[in-house]
Design a protein around this ligand. Structure first.
Ligand code: EPU
Length: 451
């Protein structure tokens, strides 16, 4: 095994935090106007990985200027690819040859990104081996990679744990029957990215079918793959010998769309989200309407605002087509504003209520429970994770000094601060830049008082 790029060569390539890392927001001002949302963070990054399945040029349009795209670009460059970004949403990627690099090197670029494990398939297809770093947990849950590894084993991959991660090897990838224990987004993508160039047919059942996965499948089909998606969460992949380049325009980021919808409601303003796609956020729209949110869908986007009659609701997060776990945090801010007790049952991550303490300090009334509240039991119930909340409203929020713990909690604090009386200081805002393009400029254009 030869490592053509070492740790020292890429250390320092990690994008630093741009600009200042705190933001003050003086709340109480309704936001009015328009924001444009571009490609989905969780789709673009995987499509970038798909480009490694071929030595041919690949073109991706509608790419947002977010830190996660920069991080994945750096990783592809470290692996030997050339990435050109014209700064106007267009990426050109070509990886004529892939390098083997140390897991520590990849990890030093990737930080908390989940992407490195997805390099396994393309690397195995092209080099017959791969080194991937141990990803570890984060502050929304343990986030293990056991489903990924089990699926790779079923495709004929030998796995050896090494100090910094895993060494994977396969003379050839062979199709297999894989049943995921849970419809994991990442594990489904792992199977797709590995099975497309495997010998024979792969059937993955209990697969995730999120719009971002459909976007990846669309790209793989453009590249020459044969993939069918059944109605019962079964995805079938017929391996092909080689794949070619593609040109693709990514789907709109439905998490960012929902976040701006929540900002409109929370500030009692009215926001037009250009490029919002109704089809990908239907479950969100239903819940938004149930609590008293209003929206109007037009050809090129959706208008969002708050109605006059507000209601508490029970809410449960789930895999698609359920209510996304990444909508949970911004939506919970709205539940502090509606009269009555709302229940939120988080069933995707075992530890996604860490952001609640700061909201309670701002004046919210949110109580957390280990039980599965709301009628359904989930896989976390038996394990006594704190994964349900009762949010009693209406409460009014007041400004606070808050340190952001993760991306989605971060934008939720922005929404809370916009709705609060007084001035808030949010620290660690670079985390928000991982997934929200130009969010400070967008806030200012909507009339937010930020500094
Ligand atoms: N899981 C395992 N073992 C595995 C893989 C997953 O136990 O091998 C568990 C996870 O711990 C979690 C659940 O399965 O409890 C679902 O995880 P999944 O694999 O679906 O999540 P992911 O692929 O790691 C992506 C998004 C997340 C989003 C989830 C769910 C990316 C880069 N990340 O994560 O987005 O919350 O799917 O939709 O696509 C975000 O954007 O802020 C974010 C966290």
């Amino acid at each position: 095994m030869s490592y053509t790029v070492s740790l020292s060569e890429v250390t320092g390539a990690t994008p630093g935090h741009q600009g200042k890392d705190s933001l003050t927001i003086t709340g109480g001002k309704p936001l009015y106007g328009e924001v444009t949302v571009r490609g989905a963070k969780n789709s673009v990054s995987k499509i970038m990985v798909a480009s490694l399945l071929t030595g041919a040029p690949c073109i991706i349009h509608n790419v947002p200027e977010i830190d996660d795209v920069k991080i994945v670009s750096k990783m592809i460059e470290a692996l030997g690819g050339v990435v050109k970004n014209d700064g106007e949403g267009n990426l050109w990627i070509q990886t004529k040859e892939i390098n083997m690099i140390l897991p520590e090197a990849l990890h030093s670029i990737a930080g908390k990104s989940r992407i490195p494990i997805l390099f396994a398939g393309p690397m195995l297809a092209r080099l017959k081996e791969a080194l991937v770093p141990e990803l570890g947990g984060c502050n929304i849950g343990m986030r293990p990679v056991d489903y990924h590894l089990k699926a790779l084993e079923q495709l004929g991959v030998g796995i050896e744990q090494i100090p910094a991660g895993y060494h994977l090897a396969a003379q050839k990838l062979v199709g297999g029957n894989i049943k995921l224990d849970y419809p994991s987004v990442g594990a489904t993508e792992q199977v797709l990215l590995s099975a497309v160039l495997a010998e024979g047919k792969t059937e993955v059942s209990n697969a995730a079918i999120e719009p971002e996965i459909m976007d990846l499948i669309a790209v793989l089909q453009k590249m020459g793959a044969i993939i069918s998606v059944d109605t019962d969460r079964v995805i079938t992949i017929v391996g092909v010998k080689e794949l070619h380049g593609f040109t693709h325009t990514t789907i709109t980021d439905r998490i960012e769309v929902a976040s701006w919808a929540c900002a409109a409601f929370a500030t009692n303003g009215k926001i037009f989200v250009r490029n919002a796609r109704q089809f990908d956020i239907m479950t969100f729209l239903n819940k938004y309407r149930q609590i008293g949110g209003q929206f109007e869908i037009v050809d090129d986007g959706i208008w969002f605002w708050r109605g006059t009659e507000l209601h508490a609701i029970p809410l449960e997060t789930d895999v698609h087509p359920g209510f996304m776990t990444d909508w949970q945090q911004p939506f919970s801010i709205l539940l502090t504003m509606v009269p009555g007790a709302s229940i939120v049952h988080e069933t995707v991550y075992e530890d996604r209520f860490g952001y609640v303490d700061a909201l309670n300090k701002m004046g919210a009334n949110i109580q957390l429970y280990k039980e599965c509240l709301g009628g359904h039991t989930c896989r976390f119930g038996e394990k006594t994770y704190v994964h349900s909340a009762v949010i009693t409203g209406p409460t009014s929020l007041k400004g606070a000094d808050i340190t952001i713990p993760n991306l989605r909690a971060g934008f939720s604090y922005v929404i809370a601060a916009l709705a609060a009386t007084g001035t808030s200081t949010l620290r660690n805002i670079s985390l928000i830049r991982r997934g929200y393009e130009d969010f400070e400029d967008k806030l200012a254009a909507l009339g937010a008082q930020i500094g």
